[in-house]
Design a protein around this ligand. Structure first.
Ligand code: AMP
Ligand code: GLY
Length: 432
């Protein structure tokens, strides 16, 4: 089967690497791809925003399945147009992708179906938003309604900060994403990411992970798209996972099917594990980046088989996905300046010497025969271990072999879980 993969990040490199392991794969094409993806796919120069050109390419090259990695083409309705032309697509149509494309859409759906999430108010002008603030205590969370690359969330500690955040949003600081806002209650707890595959009817859990969104060690500094992740996230215990599935994901998928806009693809639930149980922070209509990289390292099932079943509505006929009983951990190497304007063109060498780690490429390109940085997040150094400490050790020793002078990375990926394990080992010793 010929497949077209849309996207150019570390997430898509991990997907390409895994798809390439499938015995069912014919040709793999990627648009636009990156030098890492090019090891597994033929890169094609079509713009996924040009739906007509994408359809024509698929017709000409006998593509049967299109895998859409990032959110923008989903929210833009690429899947709808491909489905109309008879292609199998991994990724939701435009309306169900509103779960990610509009925070207000998701909050209203949660409210209608009793899905646990933070109490909220939607506002589409500054005066209404300021008035709504009266009903919240501080800190309060202010979110741009639309897509903002993970950066449209401000946690305001005081009325002054909240006022400033609203001014930024309504003055266009987040582009059109901020022309409407959601104001919500601040939730206390630890975050975890939970993934499920669904064809609109059948839902299967697809693993957990924990991301590290802040740019600096110890979870300091501004939010990023994610500086590192590990999977599984044991903080999401089997009991909490069952609750997230039955109280959050299942009612969401059912609600979208009932309104005639079924969700098909991977549904990524960002959860806050509160004292009252898991609550939804946000949905993403795609795999997380870098969470996908750690899921793919652990996945044992045939990814192409799973994606085809999701796209064609046959998920119920497949055995549940199987994952290695090991921990995968990835460290993002980013370019200096990220999450602001990253330094581009910085040379990268030594990735061949990564040992047991797998290096997924994100913002890279080739210039004059050498690999250089071309985006904010550049490499994802990913390793598998029997414990999280072992996976971390392997990832960081691979980083030591990489020479990327204009890059930086967090040194503490996995710290929450490692601290928890150290504490429980200490306790066991004290009891023993
Ligand atoms: P989002 O883009 O909605 O995932 O928000 C980005 C980050 O902001 C989340 O990963 C959380 O760390 C934080 N956040 C968002 N909403 C809340 C909330 N209601 N309470 C506490 N933290 C939040
Ligand atoms: N790493 C967070 C995301 O992909 O949304």
């Amino acid at each position: 089967m010929n497949v077209l993969l849309i996207g150019s990040g570390g997430r898509e490199h991990a997907l390409a690497w895994k798809l390439a392991q499938s015995p069912k794969l014919g040709k793999l094409f990627a648009a636009p791809g990156n030098p890492g993806i090019a090891e597994h796919a033929r890169l094609v120069d079509i713009d996924p925003a040009d739906h007509r050109a994408t359809v024509d390419f698929c017709l000409k090259n006998s593509v049967e399945l299109i895998v859409i990695g990032p959110e923008a083409p989903l929210v833009d309705g690429l899947a709808d147009n491909l489905r109309t032309m008879g292609f199998a697509v991994f990724g939701p149509n435009r309306i169900p992708a509103q779960l990610e494309g509009s925070k207000g859409f998701t909050k209203d759906l949660c409210a209608r179906h009793g899905i646990p999430t933070a109490r909220y108010v939607r506002a589409s002008d500054r005066l209404a938003a300021e008035a709504a603030l009266e009903d919240f205590s501080f800190p309060v969370v202010i979110k741009a309604d639309g897509l903002a690359a993970g950066k449209g969330v401000i946690i305001a500690g005081s009325a002054d900060e909240a006022g400033e955040a609203l001014a930024t949003m309504f003055d266009g600081g987040f582009g059109s994403a901020g022309s409407a806002v959601v104001i919500e209650e601040f939730l206390e707890g630890e975050e975890a990411s939970f993934f499920a595959l669904t064809d609109g009817r059948t839902i299967v859990p697809f693993g957990s992970a924990q991301d590290h969104k802040r740019v600096g060690d110890g979870d300091t500094g501004p939010n990023t798209g994610g500086m590192g992740a590990y999977s599984p996230a044991p903080v999401l215990t089997p009991e909490l996972e069952r609750r997230a599935l039955s109280e959050i994901v299942e009612p969401t998928v059912r609600a979208l099917a009932e309104r005639g806009t079924p969700y098909s693809g991977v549904l990524y639930a960002g959860l806050m594990l509160t004292g009252e149980g898991p609550k939804l922070i946000e949905y993403n209509a795609r795999f997380g980046d870098p969470e996908c990289q750690v899921l793919m390292m652990r996945l044992e099932s045939d990814l192409l088989g799973l994606m085809t079943a999701v796209a064609r509505g046959g998920l119920a006929e497949l055995p549940p996905p199987s994952f290695a009983d090991a921990t995968a951990l990835t460290v993002v190497m980013a370019a200096d300046g990220y999450p602001g304007a990253p330094v581009k063109g910085g040379s990268i060498s030594g990735i061949e010497a990564a040992g047991e780690a797998k290096i997924f490429q994100a913002g890279t390109s080739v210039a004059g025969g050498t690999l250089v940085s071309s985006g904010g997040r550049v490499l994802n150094v990913t390793a598998l271990g029997t414990t999280i400490a072992e996976a971390r050790e392997k990832a960081y020793s691979a980083i030591d072999a990489i020479d990327f002078p204009t890059g930086f990375y967090r040194r503490d990926i996995g710290w929450r879980e490692i601290a928890r394990q150290a504490a429980s080992a200490g306790q066991a010793e004290a009891i023993g």
